[in-house]
Design a protein around this ligand. Structure first.
Ligand code: MN
Length: 290
């Protein structure tokens, strides 16, 4: 059964993250819902934006996280990343970095040096995926999901592709290992294409349009920048592309636990937030130069 649309909304006015990422927040800040997208806690979208060549470092310096995972998807440009667990790398267009902050990590995120020197268009997304209580203090880890590792299903009649980052689409499973079940799909459609995306009944489900125009479950057309949140009243989302379109589809099993957010920490209660601040100040998140 097809889900009905709960609401269509747009991101908050853009703001800078550090000096390198100009993003629009879709949730939680731009919305009045708190856990409506759980297990996804936050979504920041960096629309295509041209940067002039520079020798300056653009991005966000070393900062901590605890209690969740950060998922960074590059669409255009190149993002370099280092963390206190000793991981690092460059996220190129089409690639995804899935970082588990768990019990505590320090990391930094910059425009990759060669990209910064040449200048060019950056387009990327960062999603925070909450962790359930029993995994909040999991050991930090990092999954580099390269283009060759991301499972891709071609739609019949050359109508487009569904790239599976996590979860599954039809028989195709995504490479990311997750702590709670979640479908994260990068969907690229040709005009007239139709695709049925999996939205198990209780999973919180939304799609964000990055490019073009689509109809979702017979809605009026929605376009670039629109986010469509679905009611939890069916098990399928049908998308019809009006034009060439790129959408990000999220559907995940909610984490039914209390949640307290403070800056870079997402925990279950205020005592755990205070503990995170104390541990960070005591240097327990490790060490990482800027
Ligand atoms: Mn970060």
């Amino acid at each position: 059964m097809k889900r009905t649309i709960e609401r269509v909304f747009r991101g908050a006015p853009e703001h800078w993250v550090g000096n390198g990422f100009r993003v629009s927040n879709y949730f939680p800040a731009a919305t009045d819902f708190d856990k409506r997208m759980s297990p996804f806690f936050l979504l920041d979208y960096h629309r295509p934006k041209a940067y002039a060549p520079t020798t300056e470092r653009r991005g966000v310096g070393t900062h901590p996280h605890r209690g969740f995972e950060t998922v960074t998807i590059a669409y255009q440009g190149a993002v370099a990343h280092h963390d206190s667990a000793g991981n690092g790398g460059v996220i190129l267009p089409g690639e995804v970095q899935w970082m588990t902050a768990g019990g505590g990590i320090l990391h930094n995120e910059y425009h990759e040096q060669g990209f910064a020197r040449a200048g060019g268009v950056m387009q990327m997304m960062q999603i925070w995926v909450n962790l359930p209580r029993r995994h909040k203090l999991a050991a930090p880890k990092y999954q580099a999901l390269t283009n060759s590792s991301i499972a891709e299903t071609a739609l019949p009649g050359k109508q487009g592709v569904v790239r599976v980052i996590s979860g599954a689409f039809e028989e195709t499973k995504g490479p990311a290992s997750t702590f709670t079940p979640a479908h994260m799909l990068d969907v690229r459609l040709k005009p007239g294409a139709q695709v049925r995306l999996p939205a198990p009944k209780d999973y919180n489900t939304a799609l964000l349009i990055l490019q073009g125009q689509v109809k979702a479950n017979d809605s009026p057309a929605v376009s670039e920048g629109d986010c469509v949140l679905f009611k939890n009243d069916g098990d399928e989302v049908r998308v019809d592309a009006v034009t060439d379109a790129i959408i990000l589809f999220l559907s995940g099993e909610p984490i039914e636990e209390p949640l307290v957010h403070y800056g870079p920490f997402v925990m279950n209660n205020i005592d755990e937030i205070n503990q995170a601040i104390e541990d960070f100040n005591a240097g327990k998140f490790g060490h990482l130069p800027d």
